[in-house]
Design a protein around this ligand. Structure first.
Ligand SMILES: Cc1ncc(COP(=O)(O)O)c(C=O)c1O
Length: 362
């Protein structure tokens, strides 16, 4: 038996997505008026309604895209192309956000050398700052490495304090936290299907309807999605979002949490682990980030791999890279501890049998 426990990097296909892949799929062109094309167009409308209802965001516009990295670009570049007082723009984000956020901000500063763009880490704000025009604040709902949940209510407080546009990175929400309802007061949200059992290269973003007319076109071309994003839509990928989320409706989150805690006990007793990051905070039910007491992560991963246990280290999407964890760096762990950091992130679709076998194997 194989144990893939690197689901915060990519989650295996959900049961319904697996069987859908063996079916006829929605390959017909949704812009055509023939019957198969209209069947695809209807499916896309239904998925949109399902997503708006699932995340409780009826007042937001939904946009399909290739996933969270594209959404980060959409929000950041779109923000810089909206009118701003004295052409001044400010980004606020956290040192422990996914690296795509910082990388995008750095690249956009180079892309627009004539705009006055500044950025600040949330960790460095004193609370007394005043910005000449509303900043764009990225808020990570669930951290991909530690699993820490950052309540949306705190983002709302910052929105009021700084008059900020809040774009929430909700990539790691489905399958990690039971309640999927989002706050309608926040401006934007984004997701990647491959993080919760859907296909790769597809995702979606919500944008508060008060901003839809002021947000510029992101990808030019056809008018497939109003004015935001041209190009043919990935209809099979879009359908996989709904199937995977429907499967998540059947996940037992208390059971997942119990399994995670039992595995953490094994790590403590059998491997002498004493550092489980944020063990006392509200965390994703599928995530354990720990520091191995003696071995560097890469060596321990090889030991696990020989037992057919496939875990991760470093930022979720960059698992396998032998470099210190920037999240642990921001949390003030020593460089030596950062090299010994390993992340287990479980498949939400696992049942008792898989967890029991993993515990035996560990
Ligand atoms: C929290 C978070 N945000 C953004 C991303 C980027 O997602 P994608 O690679 O699907 O574009 C990831 C990927 O790991 C992530 O975990």
């Amino acid at each position: 038996m194989d144990f893939y426990i690197d689901c915060n990097a990519t989650c295996p296909y959900s049961p319904q997505v697996k069987s859908f892949l063996g079916s006829d799929l929605f390959w017909a062109n949704s812009s055509s008026t023939h019957t198969p094309g209209q069947k695809t167009a209807k499916m896309i409308r239904e998925v949109k309604a399902y997503l708006s209802e699932t995340f409780k965001l009826p007042g937001h516009t939904l946009l399909f895209n290739s996933g969270s990295t594209e959404a980060i670009n959409f929000f950041a570049d779109g923000y810089l192309n909206r009118p701003s007082h004295q052409d001044e723009y400010t980004f606020l984000y956290s040192a422990i956000d996914h690296s795509a956020i910082e990388e995008t901000i750095i690249s956009l500063k180079k892309k627009y050398p004539h705009k006055k763009i500044t950025s600040h880490l949330l960790e460095d704000l004193t609370g007394s700052e005043e910005f000449t025009s509303p900043p764009l604040l990225f808020w990570t709902y669930i951290n991909n490495e530690t699993g820490k949940i950052n309540p949306l209510q705190e983002a709302l407080t910052l929105k009021d304090k700084y008059n900020a546009f809040i774009a929430v990175d909700a990539t790691q929400l489905p399958g990690r936290k039971k309640d999927l309802a989002l706050l309608s007061e926040l401006d934007g949200y984004f997701f990647s299907a491959h993080k919760f059992g859907g296909l790769k290269g597809v995702g979606f973003a919500f944008l508060h309807s008060s901003h839809t007319s002021s947000f510029p076109t992101h990808i030019f071309g056809s008018k497939a999605q109003k004015t935001f994003r041209g190009g043919t839509q990935n209809s099979d990928g879009i359908y996989s979002c709904k199937l995977a989320l429907q499967d998540i409706e059947h996940v037992d989150f208390d059971f997942l949490k119990q399994q995670r805690n039992e595995i953490e006990e094994i790590l403590k007793t059998k491997y002498g682990v004493t550092q489980i990051i944020h063990h006392n905070l509200e965390r994703a039910v599928n995530t354990t980030l720990f520091v191995h007491p003696s071995e560097i992560a890469q060596n321990f991963l090889v030991t696990l791999d020989m037992k057919s246990i496939y875990a991760g280290t470093g930022a979720a999407c960059q698992s396998g890279l032998n470099r210190p964890s920037r999240i642990l760096q921001a949390l003030h762990f020593s460089p030596e501890e950062q090299r010994r950091a390993i992340r287990f992130s479980y498949n939400p679709f696992w049942r008792k049998n898989e967890f029991n076998e993993l515990k035996k194997c560990l």
